[in-house]
Design a binder for this molecule. Structure first.
Ligand code: 1GP
Length: 240
């Protein structure tokens, strides 16, 4: 039961770091998907996340089927709203935007997605999603109409993460936002990772292999890379 989450827990216990490549269906050209998948297979990625804040073209099912035909990595949905749920994936990060105070993203979308989820076999991984200020307004902020947490108040960020853990979330995701100017600082990652027991995901604005390493060394269990790989499919050609 819960194979994907258990694999994340086992990796954390062994201090093996995980890497997810985030594919935003809006930015994928299905005609060149083969080449993209080959690059993912050559990369150190352990997971593929699929989703985005605004997905306008509904190609999620098709995209996941193409990935599954060619690659064995687990596909995990990272949905911006219930329309992005696909039963072709393996699991879903069941996100609650606990940094915000917009009830739609705290509980409403989750309630609305239950009838859809009940028709799937997706592994559901409850995830406390925390948006942190990163220099400019990001899509998550715009779409969710919530304010990110102040990066200069790490104690409050930690308190939010701990509340997420106490509520029963299985993962905490520290998010600077896609294409963020500043990724989550090593001080914040260190503070949160040392003071929660559940695995920690970090993403947003990570653009170099040294930044990935920095996040790992600070205590991130899984790092998410979206924009950097979108902009350059040879991003992982160097060794981690
Ligand atoms: C966004 O954390 C992810 O939700 C990835 O961000 O696109 O900046 O890598 P980037």
């Amino acid at each position: 039961m819960n194979p994907i989450y258990n694999q994340i827990l086992q990796a954390k216990a062994k201090n093996e770091k995980l890497l997810a490549i985030l594919l935003d269906p809006d930015k994928i050209d299905l005609d060149s998907i083969q080449q993209l998948i080959e690059k993912i297979k050559q990369s150190p990625a352990t997971h593929i996340f699929v989703g985005g804040s605004i997905v306008t073209i509904n190609i999620i099912d098709e995209l996941i089927l193409k990935i599954k035909e060619n690659c064995h990595l687990p596909v995990v949905l990272f949905p911006g709203n219930p329309s992005q749920i696909s039963n072709k994936a393996d699991a879903i990060l069941f996100l609650s935007l606990i940094s915000g105070r917009n009830s739609d993203y705290l509980i409403e979308h989750q309630v609305n997605s239950v009838p859809i989820l009940n028709k799937t076999n997706l592994e559901i991984i409850p995830t406390g999603y925390i948006l942190i200020e990163s220099g400019t307004e990001t899509a998550v902020e715009r779409v969710s109409k919530t304010k990110p947490l102040d990066k200069n108040n790490p104690e409050y960020i930690l308190q939010t993460a701990q509340a997420g853990e106490m509520l029963g979330n299985k993962l905490i995701y520290l998010e600077a936002g896609s294409g963020a100017r500043f990724s989550v600082s090593k001080e914040i990652i260190t503070l949160v990772s040392k003071n929660i027991k559940i695995p920690l995901i970090v993403g947003g604005g990570i653009r170099s292999l040294s930044e990935i390493k920095k996040a790992y060394n600070s205590g991130a269990d899984l790092v998410v890379i979206g924009t950097a790989f979108e902009n350059d499919i040879n991003f992982f050609n160097q060794n981690l």
